[in-house]
Design a protein around this ligand. Sequence first.
Ligand code: FES
Ligand code: FES
Length: 180
Amino acid sequence: MTDQYLVTLTVNGEDHELLVTARRTLVDALRHDLHLTGTHVGCEHGVCGACTILVDGAPARACLMFAVQAEGRDLRTVESLGSPDSPNDLQRAFSEHHALQCGFCTPGFLMLAEGFLASRPRATKAEIREAVSANLCRCTGYQTIVEAVDDCASRRRCAPDTTEGEATPEPGQNDTPRPA
Ligand code: FES
Ligand code: FES
């Protein structure tokens, strides 16, 4: 019989206790154990980015992590952004710019962009293009995805600032790591 481990995963602000085998991937735990099926699985090799979530605020490939490695980390999936009835501003921008066709890659792009904009709110279009190149889209093309992320970033910059003391990155400084 395969050994199982009790882990607590903190997902979208809620703690979940799970019994998992050591080799249970994080993406399988999210989808099959917690029924958070918004996170998609494509290549399972860390290439396509369909499984991108935020781990401690940074984009990461959930297919490359084991569930046991995620204990104590702050996990955010696409379900944290909004709902069909109440999409967040990034999701609305994707819709307005037609930044998806089949939508399979979209949850990964949304979480990649959400993490990127959180750390690089003043990113240039070229930096956005570089950031979204980490994920693969087979049917939309990248232009509308770049337009959507750029539009969302512009609108967020124009919105009233509710944060205090947040450091403003230097122009051209891109310190966002590529997803693991
Ligand atoms: S499923 Fe392709 S990178 Fe994870
Ligand atoms: S919208 Fe179909 S793969 Fe990206």
